[in-house]
Design a protein around this ligand. Structure first.
Ligand code: ADP
Ligand code: MG
Length: 729
């Protein structure tokens, strides 16, 4: 069931969907704060066992260009830099303050810094909202103080910033104890401070760096999107990476994502919480299928944000995008000295949805001649050819134009380093050439040759696939949300939902029908005699279903009997159903029996709605019926969607082939199903203030031209008393 929190969720944030940016223009921006020419460090020391000691040393070590003011009551100087006993005694207003004092002194320190005129206050100290209500209250007061003084609070509980672009290091990690900070045009904003320094260290080994790495901490005031927004305008940043646990302001996230899409700056997203999807016990199938991670995924897809599931892959993909100037990648060439390795790779690439390029016939002929092989094509098996020959083959592949990138799978062979160098050099600087170096130590010289040329390599095929998959998804915003009035289907009638928190099939289908969604005919009877009378007005065969607000899944308790050929069978069905349900669920109150027409044939789909806490109504479509949760083959998008977008969603299912018709079967009526999905999505959007969950399961989809029919439905509404069934006598 839905949790109280979900039901009580404040909807107002969703109403601001169209809002673009926050209106706190009068407050200093991240850009202004990072342009600081003076910094005060409160809690600085020389003690390297303390955060304050390490952070202060790193700030000095990386030669920040501005003025640095350590505050210390016990020392006259730290590492030769004169200290000040209090913030109030500083000779000027510091633009940026960094606070590393114990928690109990933090509030007064924030106050002193803001009073002195700091524009930004980074609170490294932890144990605020991260530690419980008492800490949360102090955190709230810190924000209040900052606001009053027109300053921004950053953190608390954050690990500051590593910014090679600004030569500004406010971070205590010993990974920064290096002479030179490598700068690359990649910005990173992280909800985990530790991950930030780890990535910095890892990237450095490959000669790769970042523009700014920012730890957001508790996000009491400045939040992740403020920093991403800064990076989008930052001339030192071309690619954005983020690590997100949860969003502070989903409407703002959408707005910033739209800005990234418009600017064409790739945004790579590492998000935890994947396994929480569908973890809660749900009223409907839809809710368990469209958990919060799926909604997040859908919104990222709409805005072209690329989700990755591994931090190293995120960094490697960013490096590839920078190295090859964000070149779009659609089709791949595979090259290897080993036919086996290439064949295995092709299987994996196909599973990952990465298509192989088809070379021109002329290229195939030329490859055959150069390699002296009986046949040639993609993958290119260059066997034991000399580096010169392999280089020539690479040249042909790059020149052909069908492939946007090459993946070279290197196995043990003589002169590996020369072979790799020949491939990299012949491809040219601009043609993306990625290597998987399978051998161990024997290939280290080859690795070194690639590092020299700044050509990316991977030690495992998995890593390469992750990066290629992400790269393949770059630049594919799917902002096909139907939002214009002219996309609204004509003839949607105004509906008022019946009272009640949970609605059964009969009432739910009445609402669906008013939205122009085809449903099968039927009525509710209170007993067997009435059921027989109702059936006389229907076309046989018919179906009888139990009606009870205590029963969610009717067929689980023997509450659905199909294919009843005549009136006598209907009477028998009601009587036997009554006996069975009473036996299986003695406490369930039976409100009646739904008698309805049987729909012959058709393939079962589920169409549903789940109101997501962050993003509002999400529309879900998948292969349905009893197997729905088992198959878990669904597509999710923000409602409303146009029929075109709905058709795209259907096309993205694993079962897409089913729709096109398999094994001699006629294709299904995708047009009718897309229209139905779009209409359900408008229903969800129009009733976002009431509708929490909706399951239309199954929708029976017939072959092309035959249309589709919703034969079951249930809905969960917000904030209303228990339902009172209106039995149709
Ligand atoms: P439940 O509450 O168990 O989901 P349904 O109303 O969906 O009950 O019925 C269970 C199954 O019976 C459906 O998945 C579908 O296969 C079949 N069914 C139900 N109603 C009809 C109908 N009117 N015509 C054809 N098949 C039906
Ligand atoms: Mg059902």
């Amino acid at each position: 069931m839905l949790t109280q929190t979900r039901l009580r969720h404040d909807l107002t944030s969703l109403e601001t969907d169209e809002m673009t940016m926050r209106s706190d223009d009068a407050l200093p921006s991240v850009k202004e704060i990072l342009a600081a020419e003076s910094i005060v460090v409160v809690g600085a020391s020389e003690d390297q066992s303390k955060f304050g000691g390490r952070l202060f040393r790193m700030l000095l070590r990386h030669r920040f260009k501005g003025r640095i003011y350590p505050v210390s009551s016990s020392r006259k100087e730290l590492f030769g830099v004169p200290t000040y006993p209090t913030v109030a005694e500083l000779p000027e207003a510091p633009a940026l303050a960094v606070i590393l004092v114990p928690r109990d002194a933090a509030l007064a320190t924030v106050q002193a810094c803001v009073e002195k005129g700091a524009k930004g206050v980074i609170v490294v100290t932890a144990q605020f909202s991260d530690a419980g209500p008492e800490g949360a209250e102090i955190e709230r007061q810190m924000v209040e103080i900052a606001r009053k003084g027109r300053a921004r609070l950053w953190g608390p509980n954050c690990l500051g910033i590593i910014s090679p672009a600004k030569r500004l290091v406010l971070n205590s990690s010993l990974a920064l104890d290096v002479d030179h900070l490598v700068q690359s045009p990649v910005g990173f904003v992280s909800q985990s401070g530790a991950l930030m320094a780890t990535l910095f260290d890892k990237a450095r080994r490959r000669g790769f760096g970042f523009s700014h790495m920012i730890s957001v901490g508790n996000q009491a005031d400045l939040e992740l999107c403020d920093f991403v927004d800064f990076l989008l305008d930052d001339p030192d940043t071309e690619v954005i990476c983020t690590y997100v646990e949860g969003l502070q302001d989903p409407a703002r996230f959408r707005a910033v994502a739209a800005k990234a899409c418009a600017k064409g700056k790739p945004w790579l997203m590492l998000k935890s919480g994947r396994t929480e999807a569908g973890a809660q016990a749900a009223f409907s199938h839809t809710a368990s299928l469209a958990g919060s991670f799926r909604a997040f995924e859908a919104v990222c897809e709409e805005h072209g944000i690329v989700l990755v599931d591994d931090q190293d892959a995120m960094q490697m993909l960013a490096a590839c995008l920078v190295r090859y100037r964000n070149r779009p990648f659609r089709h791949l060439a595979v090259m290897s000295p080993s036919g086996g390795s290439a064949a295995l790779a092709c299987d994996r690439l196909s599973e990952a949805g990465i298509p192989l390029a088809q070379f021109d016939a002329e290229t195939d002929r030329a490859l055959k001649t150069v390699l002296g092989a009986p046949s040639a094509g993609n993958p290119v098996d260059f066997s034991a050819s000399s580096p010169g020959v392999v280089g020539k083959a690479m040249e042909l592949v790059a020149r052909d134009g069908a492939a946007d990138a090459a993946l070279c799978l290197i196995t043990t062979a003589p002169v590996l380093d020369q072979t790799c160098a020949a491939i990299a050099d012949s491809a040219g600087r601009d043609f993306p050439t990625l290597f998987v170096i399978h051998p161990g130590e024997s290939a280290d010289t080859a690795r070194a040759a690639l590092v020299d040329r700044q050509v990316p390599y991977f030690d495992s095929f998995d890593d390469a696939i992750r990066v290629l998959k992400g790269w393949h998804a770059i630049g594919r915003c799917k902002p096909a949300r139907a939002s214009q009035d002219d996309e609204r289907p004509a003839g949607l009638t105004h509906v008022t939902w019946p009272a009640g928190e949970a609605l059964g099939e009969f009432e739910t289908k009445a609402v669906l029908e008013s939205y122009g969604i085809p449903v099968n005919r039927g009525s509710v009877a209170k007993d067997a005699e009435q059921a027989v009378r109702i059936s006389a007005g229907l076309i046989f065969p018919v179906v009888v279903k139990v009606v009870s607000s205590d029963i969610v899944h009717k067929s689980d308790v023997g509450g659905v009997i199909l294919d009843l050929p005549d009136a006598a069978a209907v009477g028998d069905a009601v009587r036997s159903m009554q006996a069975r349900v009473r036996k299986v669920m003695p406490d369930a109150v039976i409100d009646g029996y739904l008698v309805q027409e049987m729909v012959g044939g058709g393939t079962e789909f589920i169409v549903g709605v789940n109101f997501d806490r962050d993003f509002g109504p999400m529309i879900v479509v998948g292969v349905g019926g009893v197997l729905v949760e088992l198959l878990d083959d669904v597509a999710v998008a923000s409602a409303p969607v146009s029929p075109t977008r709905a058709a795209e969603m259907l096309g993205s299912l694993k079962a897409a082939k089913l729709l096109q018709g398999i094994r001699g079967r006629a294709p299904l009526d995708v047009g009718a199903l897309s229209k139905l999905v779009s209409r359900v999505s408008w229903l969800a959007s129009d009733h976002r203030d009431r509708l929490v969950e909706l399951d239309v399961n199954p929708v029976l989809v017939r072959s092309n031209g035959g249309g589709c029919v919703a034969v079951d439905g249930r809905a969960l509404l917000r904030d209303l008393p228990a339902p009172k069934l209106n039995v149709n006598v």
